[in-house]
Ligand binder design. Structure first.
Ligand SMILES: [Ca+2]
Ligand SMILES: [Ca+2]
Length: 484
């Protein structure tokens, strides 16, 4: 870590009372402001972390340099960090948009960052919090009005590679993977987590999607994330008078649309990518094969909705939201070795659906067999290899015909019936579904029969919470997601 020469300035009032301390970087336009000598060491730590983050994000990875502003003055490129009581405790950090940047034609905004002064200078969450919030400030310098899930998911995707020891990353991805039947862009303020439905970490854990994009289309490089974010921008002016920034021209493109435009240039599309993402996210944790996510073994596996045993006599009925997936594990598959297996999906409503059958063999890349859909009816026939040791069926509901991610309308759901059969002349008498149904997505994934999720993965860890609060204050009142 490069430590630059720091300059300490003490501002005095006429009466001689200390009003504020300021510490400025001589290398970058960074400043820390605080009001108690008790926080001197923390200020040095914050500035040092900020210099390191600046070097990495803006000089090496190509992120947009943020704007900041002080006392209503014109925004300038840089950042001001305040040390104060955020109400979150040690590790707490937040970024606040403070002004439109009128000299540019895009909907960008200036911001300031507050680091909770309850932290000690040595707390590793200080460096992570500074890096995290500075990335949000950079995002604001491109699009101050993007979907809230985009901010958090793209920042956590960056944090995952920059802070490989972070305890926050596996925790939030675990919550995302616990609820695959919820929309990719689902946003909730619920906290603490109750384990039966998504909670605040969910949208941070949806970082798994930008991580998929990074690894599939960006050769695993973090600079890919900054390049993608720049495509989210639109022209207009930011109105700061409401509870959160709004762009005069609306948020168009929203991040789903901008990612789709990028993928079309790559010869694919958002929906093709989502279909692939849906099976990538199952090839994780202990089931990682080393051929999909760059570090897939570090990510929790998705909740298994139901386990079904040979000969798959009873159909499975499940419900899920738009842009979500269900995972069904087929067990006792050795009974189907060498036979033809038929997978059928009858789904409602008509719309865009996709699915896959995944076959694991020891030490080999997972075999992915697409379930071909015609409207809402899917079908696949295949011969079960004799050395398969794990079989997962994925079914994804994309949308009912169209989707506006920015509307945050989570009310629409789909349902499907999955039937699996195979050729056999002597079906076992005790065959059939071996676990209870989890047929209502609105009730969450309470059925953990056959679940390969991490036990207790949704439990609240107090030490993780504060730094996660980064953007929630900004979006608390603007967004009122529809949900049933
Ligand atoms: Ca502007
Ligand atoms: Ca946008």
């Amino acid at each position: 870590m490069q430590i630059f020469i720091l300059m300490l300035m003490v501002c005095m009032t006429v009466s001689g009372r200390v009003e504020a301390y300021e510490l400025e970087s001589t290398e970058y336009p960074l400043k820390v402001v605080w009001d108690s000598s008790f926080d001197d060491e923390l200020a040095v730590s914050v500035l040092s972390s900020a210099e390191t983050a600046w070097e990495r994000q803006f000089k090496q990875l190509g992120y947009e340099i943020p704007w900041t502003s002080e006392g209503g003055n014109l925004p300038y490129r840089g950042m001001i960090f305040y040390l104060a009581d955020t109400g979150m405790g040690a590790g707490g950090a937040m970024v606040e948009p403070v002004a439109d940047v009128s000299e540019t034609e895009i909907c960008d905004c200036a911001s300031v960052i507050t680091i909770d002064n309850a932290a000690s200078a040595e707390d590793p969450l200080v460096a992570e919090g500074v890096f995290h919030e500075l990335n949000h400030a950079s995002q604001y310098a491109v699009d101050c009005s993007e979907h809230p899930s985009a901010f958090e998911s793209f920042t956590i995707a960056l944090i995952s590679s920059e802070f490989p020891e972070s305890t926050i990353v596996p925790w939030v991805i675990s919550n995302f993977q616990d609820f695959p039947e919820y929309p990719l862009n689902y946003w909730t303020m619920d906290f603490p987590c109750n384990g039966s439905e998504p909670c605040f970490p969910y949208q941070l854990g949806s970082a798994l999607f930008p991580l998929f994009l990074r690894d599939k289309f960006g050769e695993g490089n973090a600079s890919f994330l900054s390049a993608i974010w720049k495509r989210f921008r639109q022209n207009g002016e930011i109105n700061m008078s409401g509870m959160s920034p709004e762009c005069s021209s609306g948020n168009s493109p929203d991040y789903f649309t901008a990612i789709n435009e990028f993928l079309i240039e790559k010869g694919t599309s958002f929906d093709d990518a989502f279909r692939e993402f849906s099976f990538w996210r199952a090839i994780t944790g202990e089931h990682d094969d080393g051929h999909h996510f760059k570090v897939g073994s570090l990510y929790a596996s998705p909740q298994i909705a139901q386990s079904v045993s040979i000969p798959f006599g009873s159909p499975v009925e499940l419900i899920l939201h738009e842009y979500s997936s269900r995972y069904i594990e087929l067990t006792d598959i050795d009974l189907a070795y060498g036979t033809n297996v038929t997978v059928k999906v009858d789904a409602n409503p008509e719309g865009l659906w996709s699915g896959s059958v995944l076959l694991w063999k020891s030490g080999e890349e997972v075999i992915v067999l697409p379930i071909e859909f015609e409207s809402n009816s899917g079908n696949l026939e295949f011969s079960m290899p004799s050395d398969v040791n794990r079989c997962i069926v994925t079914v994804s509901y994309h949308n009912h015909g169209s989707y506006n991610a920015d509307s945050m309308n989570y009310s629409r759901k789909g349902d499907f019936t999955l039937s699996v059969s195979h050729e056999t002349s002597n079906p076992p008498v005790d065959a059939g579904v071996d676990s209870g149904s989890d047929a209502d997505a609105s009730e969450g994934s309470a059925d953990d029969s056959g679940c390969n999720c991490k036990a207790g993965s949704s439990s609240w860890s107090p030490s993780m919470f504060p730094v996660l609060l980064s953007a929630m204050l900004l979006f608390r009142k603007k967004y009122r997601p529809h949900k049933e």
